[in-house]
Write a protein of this length. Structure first.
Length: 483
């Protein structure tokens, strides 16, 4: 009996691997437009995913205005399609929840299997609704106008639902009965993994999925076109960076501005640490909280509002000019924002003002983690306040500082775009245009998407190389690394 039970558990565990993989694939299907089972006609945007089809009726029917007026398509058909897509999304979500529950004990697994069966039933009904909606759209009197098409991902989703449903039913049979007093439990390692999963998903969606856009660098692509092999040009746009003298000049100028401004930031990266140390040395708790709050708030102000503040202070009719004119020091107001001199220092000053309070938070947390017995021992030895700061606080924050420094070196080519976009004008455009701003203007302003993609690719590759190089140097000098 024991051996039979063991074999059943082994079979159950192997089956769970298959079910989890299929659930993961079905979740991925939610966000892949090419596999959208709800795209039943050509009037539905080809870039629309199942997730968008199920949560936004206006997006689903954006192109159907004329079709509804001419009665080529019944609005009830699209409402059925929308309801089916929404239910399909909910069914997939239920399967995702059941997959997470399969990591728990037997009671958790049984509940997960029940939810999975319900989810698959909902998905099956949803697929039937999509099929009915397709039949209604296909029966239109103007098929050339509506372009009915059977969705490519329909049968793939149906097959996955069928396998998950059968697997869940088998699991209900294979799993032994749980005791009534048994509680829902899960091992700590699985709890931590499930807590980490949302962040892994966000990282995959916003950091790794966009890398699929790198393919535009190898095609002669224009906005609105489709990528076909007849537009494949290989490394043409990579060569454009070297062969075109105007592009080379722009890149050199942009790189000079980028490295200069990032270099200023790296050279003064110790300022947040120093600010945090002096902030923690304030004895008046109320004043310390006021200063910390006052210096942290600018981080939450957008650069557009920062520019509005700068305009109120430094423009021709701003506070400084008005004050000087009223005092008789100046004959007329001056517009400091239109002055193209010392642009790098000005941008560094605005960036420091906006971010120093926020950047100091991590150092304040680091200071609170330093053993207080070290300060007590230093006091007994007669050390003063600055000696304790230099010999205890600073060494205690060194590891944090070097980790942030390595990350800053890796991101030396990524110093943002918003700040420079709002402060740019005709007098400082040559000294304020950084790489991110150049890429934005090249892609949005000039429509050169392939060349923009090439520059972004090279920037990412160089950043990775710089990160590993800085990490290697840190390991050689300090004996510590972050990778």
């Amino acid at each position: 009996m024991k051996n039979s039970k063991t074999s059943r558990e082994q079979a159950s565990d192997k089956l769970y691997y298959l079910i989890r993989i299929l659930i993961l694939i079905s979740v991925i299907f939610l966000f892949i437009p090419a596999l959208n089972p709800a795209r039943i006609c050509g009037m539905i945007n080809k870039n629309m995913s199942l997730f968008t089809s199920g949560i936004s009726y206006s997006s689903l029917t954006a192109e159907f205005g004329r079709a509804f007026k001419k009665e080529w398509v019944s609005e009830s058909s699209l409402q059925l399609l929308y309801a089916s897509a929404l239910a399909l999304c909910l069914g997939i979500a239920a399967n995702g929840a059941s997959g997470c529950m399969s990591l728990g004990n037997i009671k958790f697994k049984k509940l997960g299997n029940l939810i999975s069966v319900i989810g698959c039933a909902v998905e099956a009904i949803s697929l039937a609704g999509i099929y009915v909606a397709y039949q209604q759209v296909a029966a239109t009197s103007k098929p050339k106008k509506v372009e009915p098409m059977f969705p490519q991902g329909f049968w793939m989703v149906a097959a996955i639902v069928a396998v998950i449903l059968v697997g869940s039913l088998i699991q209900i049979v294979l799993l032994s009965k749980s005791k009534k007093e048994e509680k829902f439990e899960m091992e700590t390692q699985y709890k931590l993994f499930l807590m980490l999963m949302p962040f892994l998903a966000l990282t995959a969606v916003f950091s790794y999925l966009p890398l699929w856009g790198w393919r535009y660098a190898f095609f002669d692509y224009k906005a609105g076109d489709t990528l076909t092999m007849d537009k494949f040009v290989g490394f043409k746009w990579f060569q454009e960076l070297i062969k075109n003298p105007a592009t080379v000049r722009d890149i050199v100028k942009v790189m000079k501005n980028t490295l200069a401004m990032s270099g200023l930031g790296i050279a003064t990266s110790w300022l947040p640490m120093a600010f945090a140390i002096f902030l923690c040395e304030m004895k008046n708790l109320k004043f310390r909280r006021f200063v910390q709050t006052f210096t942290t708030i600018p981080n939450f102000i957008s650069w557009v509002l920062v520019y509005a503040i700068a305009f109120c202070i430094f423009s021709t009719d701003g506070f400084i000019s008005s004050l000087m004119v009223n005092m008789g020091i100046w004959e007329s107001g001056k517009n400091f924002l239109m002055d193209g001199s010392h642009t790098w220092l000005k941008m560094w000053a605005w960036g420091t003002w906006k971010g120093i309070g926020w950047s100091a938070i991590i150092y304040i947390a680091g200071i609170s983690g330093i053993d207080q017995q070290l300060y007590e021992a230093a006091t007994v030895d007669g050390a003063g306040r600055f000696q304790k700061m230099w010999h205890i606080t600073v060494p205690g924050l060194t590891s944090t500082f070097f980790v942030l420094l390595l990350m800053s070196i890796a991101n030396i080519l990524s110093n943002g775009m918003d700040q420079y976009l709002v402060f740019e004008n005709a007098t400082n455009t040559d000294t304020i245009r950084v790489l991110d701003l150049y890429v934005y203007k090249l892609g949005i302003g000039q429509g050169s998407i392939p060349l923009t993609t090439v520059v972004s690719m090279l920037k990412s590759i160089i950043s990775v190389i710089l990160l590993f190089s800085a990490n290697k140097v840190s390991k050689l000098i300090r004996g510590e690394s972050i990778i």
